[in-house]
Design a protein around this ligand. Structure first.
Ligand code: AHR
Length: 489
């Protein structure tokens, strides 16, 4: 029997909405076809943005969107993507499939997308092959209303008011595709770049430094020691894979029982990563002023057969949905330090919430997890103790359930990931003074997924619960994600 004890009086930090953020790179069919089809497309669009995709993302209340990369960010020169489209520079996207990038989706298009989504833009600037001046002028172009040539350029391109972009990343994976730098070198580069990113008007920039890859704790230590006082946040990237090494990753749709548990066990590693990087940050920043941003996370499987290997297109099953729920429970629980997280990537790339093909759109199981969890956005984390049974075996043994809980406007939301794939989870929830108002579930056989011919995976009302006094007993199906709303009695 699993037990979960809710402690509504034990109130922690507010869960930043931005923990439910997304990431969209110029990679494969994420931006082009997936989000942006151009004004002249027969696919219904508003100013070139697919109406179906925008509506779906608005429904899950996407709070922040990171762009233009990823590795692409450090080869992106923003001036190539502004001004009349016919005059925009063509380039080859050498990171992702060597396809032509015609820059028809640029800065103004990205901000139009964010306007339609009602989400905050997070721009990741180029350090690897860019210059301080280029980044400084991008900030000026977007945020200033001064009498300068750069601002006149923006006005000539159709926008008189400053956009007021807050979130700015200084380089991406600067330890790898962003320039193969040493932490000492990057720390100095960050200090230099951020100096010339000016605040204009009321808008205060949120300066984001490139953080570590996975468990590179030395990178975090050096960055915090040398540049901590100049940054508002530090990033961290961790992708979850199966298989012996990066070159031999497992598949999205075809996996064994062991590979099921392997992926989930590796997803749980996110907790250790966040805990250990946070502990280093605590040493240099005990007041928790600098946030940790996990701006790339999710499953990374083999590409689907017959697709361009440089496009990173993969399907998405209930196994991935449980992985997402595990991650979001971890981020919620670490909300004192973790201020943003961005799943990679929004549409048609890696662990997408949406897949498209021509005019058709599919909502993946992962999409529905974001839907189930959206009540946590901006809520206060509350005490939630979990005593879980064990599922899986040997090396890949995992807790049967993980959970997190929050409260907003007098309503408590409890979310549960049920990792076990063989049997229902019996869970006794101690919920003093609380009564269940609603429960919803996403469940399915681990390989279950949605595709262009059928979408069997979706959220359903959950009725398999009973209450006696302050105890709620749940019987949760195997491989499932549950959201329970509780009111004060
Ligand atoms: O999300 C795909 C790639 O993974 C990103 O471009 C890069 O930052 C990371 O290595």
């Amino acid at each position: 029997m699993n037990t979960i004890t809710l402690r509504p009086d034990d109130r922690h930090s507010v869960i930043d909405r931005n923990l439910y953020g997304h990431f969209s790179e110029h990679l494969g069919r994420c931006i082009y076809n997936g989000i942006y089809v151009g004004e002249d497309s027969p696919i219904p669009n508003v100013n070139g943005m697919r109406t179906d995709v925008v509506q779906a993302l608005r429904h899950i209340r996407i709070p922040v969107l990171r762009w233009p990369g990823g590795c692409f960010a450090d080869e992106y020169h923003w001036r190539d993507g502004v001004g009349p489209k016919e005059a925009r520079k063509r380039m080859v996207n050498t990171n992702w499939g060597y396809v032509v990038e015609d820059n028809s989706f640029g800065t103004h298009e990205f901000l139009e997308l964010c306007r339609q989504l009602e989400c905050a833009p997070y721009i990741n600037a180029n350090v690897g092959s860019g210059t301080v001046r280029e980044m400084s002028e991008w900030v000026e172009y977007l945020n200033s209303d001064g009498d300068s040539t750069v601002v006149l350029e923006r006005i000539a391109n159709g926008r008189s008011e400053p956009f007021g972009v807050k979130y700015w990343g200084v380089g991406n994976e600067s330890w790898g595709c962003g320039g193969n730098m040493r932490p000492e070198y990057y720390a100095d580069e960050f200090r230099r770049y951020q100096t010339y990113c000016r605040n204009y008007g009321e808008n205060r920039l949120f300066r984001i430094a490139c953080g570590p890859n996975t468990d590179d704790y030395e990178w975090t230590r050096v960055l915090m020691e040398r540049a901590g006082r100049f940054m508002d946040a530090l990033t961290m990237h961790y992708y979850t894979t199966t298989g012996p090494d990066w070159e031999h990753k497992g598949k999205a749709l075809c996996f064994t029982r062991d590979e099921y548990y392997e992926l989930l066990k590796k997803a749980l590693y996110m907790d250790e990563l966040v805990t250990k990087h946070s502990a280093i940050m605590d040493r240099y920043d005990p007041e928790c002023r600098v946030g940790l941003i996990v701006d790339e996370w999710g499953s990374w499987h083999q590409v689907e057969e017959g697709t361009n290997p440089g496009f990173l297109y993969q399907q998405n099953t209930m196994r991935d949905a449980v992985l997402a729920a595990i991650h979001l429970n971890i981020f919620n629980r670490h909300c004192e330090r973790v201020v943003m997280a961005n799943i990679a990537q929004t549409v048609n790339v890696l662990q997408s919430v949406i897949l498209t093909e021509g005019a058709s759109m599919v909502l993946t199981p992962t999409y529905h997890v974001f839907d189930l969890y959206k009540a946590h956005q901006g809520a206060t984390l509350i005490g939630c103790d979990v005593k879980a049974d064990v599922s899986g075996t040997g090396e890949w043994a995992v807790p049967d359930v993980t959970a997190s809980a929050s409260e907003k406007d007098g309503r408590v939301t409890l979310t549960v990931a049920h990792l076990g794939m063989d049997a229902p989870a019996e869970i006794a929830v101690e919920a003093p003074g609380l009564r269940v108002a609603e429960a919803r579930v996403l469940a399915g056989e681990p390989h279950a997924h949605n595709d262009f011919d059928a979408s069997p995976v979706g959220i359903a009302p959950f009725a398999d619960w009973s209450a006696e006094g302050d105890t709620v007993r749940l019987t949760v199906p195997p491989c499932a994600v549950l959201a329970v709303t509780l009111d004060h009695a």
